[in-house]
Design a protein around this ligand. Structure first.
Ligand code: ZN
Length: 103
């Protein structure tokens, strides 16, 4: 599990979608994969997110004990491999008790 900063932008030249993911919250310039144009990303555009990589549910009882909304968010996070920053404390807790196993 890792906290990253990400934003999806459009290339100013060709309009292609440019996905930016960085580990530090600092301005970054990336090259468009299609046309090679520079895409500038400002700090204020970066959104903090959690990457789960390979996580799976080991203890369904623990998950089932969560509130409906939390349960849904956790399962969605496991499935998509990403979660909003607010969910990190809960994910860490679930991992620490062994309900979630992440590699
Ligand atoms: Zn482009």
């Amino acid at each position: 599990m890792q906290v990253i900063f990400s934003v999806v932008k459009r290339c100013p030249n060709c309009g292609d979608e440019v996905v930016v993911e960085v580990e530090k919250k600092s301005p970054v310039v990336v090259n468009c994969r299609r046309c090679g144009s520079q895409v500038v990303v400002g700090v204020e555009e970066l959104v903090e997110e959690v990457r789960l990589f390979d996580c799976e549910v080991r203890d369904w009882d623990r998950i089932a004990a969560l509130s409906g909304k939390a349960q849904q968010m956790v399962l969605q996070a496991v499935e998509s491999g990403r979660a909003p920053r607010e969910l990190l404390p809960l994910l860490v807790k679930l991992r620490d008790v062994g309900a979630l196993v992440c590699t």
